[in-house]
Design a protein. Sequence first.
Length: 189
Amino acid sequence: MRELRYSINVTLDGCCHHEAGLPPDEESMSYWTAEMERADALLFGRVTYEMMESAWRKPDTGTWPGWVDAWQTPFAEAIDRAKKYVVSRTLGGVDWNAELLRGDLGQAVQRLKQEPGGGLWVGGVTLPLALANLGLIDEYEFLVQPVLAGQGPTLLAGLRERIQLELVDRHDFRSGAIALRYRTTQITA
């Protein structure tokens, strides 16, 4: 059974807007590239899919635009070639190595998790909240940025029940950011 990992950048005060933290640097991009390559497939909601596609889809020319620096190319290549599943009620279709997931979210994701393989990765804000409320996320990975945003969407706002986590890995970055990876645990009475 494949596990589902939720990974996101987050500020110290819980803001998870993609522009609220530190700008990506070579070290963090290398880290995210390795994480992306460990996943069999990526799971996105519509907003995250469209945002990632606009930034990281390789142009038809086969050449990355000038704003993609050499140190960003491995990440760009990894996300561009990755299998993607998109949860959306409004999109009529997707491409970019993607497939739409329709119908009951819990059942669709449970089917994906039951397939053989190394793991699934989900990013974004809205879809992970729905998956957390369904108890479908096995690991949470937060790249905590040494920034206080003071505003913006916050991490898992609206979570219906407390989820107990156990720290399983930590990675410190030169920038002061810290990647923390947690597994869900069962609460015993």
